[in-house]
Write a protein that binds this ligand. Sequence first.
Ligand SMILES: [Zn+2]
Length: 398
Amino acid sequence: MAEVSVWSQVVGQPDAVAVLTTAASAARGLVEGTGGAGMTHAWLFTGPPGSGRSTAARAFAAALQCTTPGEPGCGECQGCHTALSGTHADVRLVVPEGLSISVAEMRALVQTSARRPTGGRWQVVIIADADRLTEGAANALLKAVEEPPERTVFLLCAPSDHPDDVSVTIRSRCRAIGLRTPSAAAIAEVLRLRDGVDAETAEWAASVSGGHVGRARRLATDDAARARRAKVLRIPLNLRRLSDVFDAADDLVKAAETDAVEVSGTRDEAEKEALKTALGHGGTGKGAATATRGSAGAIKELEKRQKSRATRTQRDALDLALVDLAGFYRDVLVTHAGAAVDLNHPDQAEGAAQAARSWTPESTLRRLEAVLACREALEQNVKPRIAVEAMITALHFG
Ligand SMILES: [Zn+2]
């Protein structure tokens, strides 16, 4: 298999790639009338965060649209290329975020997906974070999954196939593709080959990413992300006075806010401009004036959703910092125990050893539990500042 094939994006998942390649070949047989063992119209991609669920789904979508003879998914033809870059007319990506997608939107999507594919192959709908669908939207989707149009394929992505993530009825209609946490070696390789990262940086980023490909890429290529991680990992050994607690809490919450603004800021503006143009703002005729009055509600609705998305992004950023922190305390416990396992943060081994000398295993465990309790509190919508201050106080006293 050539390095450029669509599967080169699917890092460290040989089993999944084998299944998907076979399915894409069968799907091609159906389309081209050369035989095929039937097509599964709904697929569920599961795996831990960072295992590349939506990347695998997108690669499969590209293979379904591939027009080069031979193994589907060449990565170079128009079908592969546009499916991967998100511009293929028959591939739709839905990312429920913030308030999630509405029932009306899901119905519209299901309707579009029932049309004949313009390219003559498949209508593919990728739903990233299917676990974030509202019940209403999931029900609208279920109808389509139960009676799929002949040339429509739904690719759902979720952390697991547990009923909390995907309803049992939807799950029962899907063929499951389980992805695992890719190895550090596989991540380092893709950073080198695809992103052109130098070998040393690629290996370092892969070793501290916890198996999260996107996180590794960000650490390898973004100085600010690297600096934020270093700052988070300095917290455990820098809580000497009670006043340090509030400074550290402040730093953590503000860093998550900055992250959220960086991610959402430009996108929010672009969305608002696009909506205004669609609604006829900037025009000068009579019609434009009427449109302006009627569209205030639509803009307000968009702003509401953007705000909700920003909150979600901020929580995700804070959660990432907490995962890093929890990893450090785990490393201290591993060092206490002298266990022969890989550290979460091999580059902080010295700090972990220093902490292991100054804290008892019991107090290290209490600190780890405080971080996990903070994650849980955030999950239950406790205000970030309150949850983080409580956690850091616990980290200080141990
Ligand atoms: Zn192709």
